[in-house]
Design a protein around this ligand. Sequence first.
Ligand SMILES: [Zn+2]
Length: 142
Amino acid sequence: MAAVVDLEPCSCLPVGGVHILAVGWLGASSPIPTGPTPKDVYQRLKEFLVNPWQPFVSMGVHECELCQFEGEAVGNANLFIPYDQRIYVCPAMISHYINAHRYQPPSVFMEAVRACPPMHSMEYKKLLVQCNGRILWQDGTS
Ligand SMILES: [Zn+2]
């Protein structure tokens, strides 16, 4: 998994844009912001990860590069969190990073997670569209 600095445009997807921002794309060789993350944010992320909305088919698993010995393996899903004209994209591994490695996501991302409607709800889809998210389920050419 390629590391991307938090809140930089996400280069890990088949499509992208200046408003599609990476959160939690951590790697072993880059510095990791650490600190407390409020439990409600963590739990909300876990809820989203039960059945995340996925515009792309992603197979296989990632193995955590930060674990000391055997890396925790987590499915390849990503979370798309629309908020304030931007869409934050994080890997499913983010909950493990927070729980096991004390990763602290940017505060704007925590706000976005708290404000995000349930995935698969009409509200969520509308918010994605409002945040210019159509690019995610088209191929980006139209
Ligand atoms: Zn780990």
